[in-house]
Design a protein around this ligand. Structure first.
Ligand code: SF4
Length: 308
């Protein structure tokens, strides 16, 4: 049977993400050196962690601690909400679609994803099971839009290319500090030392400078875990149907390594009382829950208001 022809958008995505004929092989000796250097820096930070404390660093916290430290370490209570659960439900639906026979409608995949998640013994499962009809309809509608845009934009994913959604990665296996990530979409796997893995973050909004940093953190994490870097990372902007892809190089991994150690060091220092957390004003002050008690943030917001 003939494969269906790709739409222009699917073809553009394929061209942006496909493997070139030249194998991507980053010198294994340079990778080993990078891992050794990172591990040395990491262990120096671990040594400063008191016995009763544990730290988990993901891409969000890394970006936040390198921004305003005060806001990053302020206690906050996590609560599920439709925009937060949207990613997991739609990625689960996409995963179901990869192995679903025929061409299922996005809403069928989303309904199945919601049904399966609501049966799981997890905080998300409990939250989904208890949704009001209005919130359930909202989640269903938003997830269906996201899955539809994904199917329109991506060439059909071949199960032989090992596609995975919501793929969890963490490093190291034990100790008081864990670096963790959950990758929206992973395609491919290494062959020996050849980098073949593609890491994709699916984005609903507009491009932001930290999106590349997030993916570089994932590339570093994958390198620490698998000892072979991914070949490419990409943010895929679902609303625009556009890809921002970057080839992974040793230079990018080194820069991700320095950024991660800087952020981790800052997190441990301010959380263990080795030094006070510093404020750093930015446009994020406008939405910061601490802004009313924060003199720096208040002054910054007032200065913005005077400009307009
Ligand atoms: S208002 Fe701004 S400077 Fe103050 S804590 Fe919040 S983000 Fe930091």
């Amino acid at each position: 049977m003939n494969e269906p022809a790709l739409t222009p958008l699917q073809d553009r995505t394929l061209q942006a993400l496909r493997r070139s004929e030249m194998p991507v092989l980053i010198d294994p000796a340079e990778i080993a050196e990078l891992i050794e250097e990172f591990t040395r820096g990491f262990e120096a930070i671990v040594a400063a962690v008191p016995e009763d404390q544990k730290f988990f660093l993901n891409k969000h916290l890394l970006t936040r601690i390198l921004g305003c430290e005060v806001a990053a370490v302020a206690p906050e209570e996590f609560q599920w909400a439709v925009p937060i659960a949207l990613g997991q439900i739609s990625h689960r639906a996409i995963q179901l679609g990869i192995n679903w026979p025929g061409e299922p409608a996005p809403i069928t995949l989303v309904d199945e994803a919601i049904a399966r998640v609501s049966e799981e013994d997890s905080s998300l499962g409990d939250w989904v099971a208890g949704l009001s009809p209005a919130d359930r309809a909202d989640l269903r509608g938003m997830a269906t839009e996201r899955v539809t845009k994904f199917i329109e934009s991506f060439p059909p994913l071949d199960p032989r290319s090992h596609p995975m959604t919501e793929s969890k990665v963490y490093w190291p296996t034990d100790g008081p500090i864990t670096l963790s990530g959950k990758v929206d979409l992973v395609i491919g796997k290494p062959s020996g030392h050849e980098s073949r893995k593609l890491i994709v973050d699916l984005k609903s909004g507009r491009p932001r400078p930290n999106h590349r940093d997030d993916l570089r953190f994932y590339a570093l994490l994958e390198t620490l875990r698998a000892k072979v870097p991914p070949r490419k990372t990409a943010s895929f902007y679902l609303d625009a149907g556009d890809t921002d892809a970057e080839d992974v190089t040793i230079g990018i991994l080194r820069s991700a390594s320095r950024r991660t150690l800087d952020g981790l060091g800052a997190l441990v220092e301010v959380s263990t009382g080795l030094r006070p957390a510093q404020t750093k004003v930015s446009h994020a002050c406008k939405w910061c829950p601490l802004r009313e008690q924060c003199a720096d943030g208040t002054a910054f917001i007032e200065s913005l208001e005077e400009e307009y």
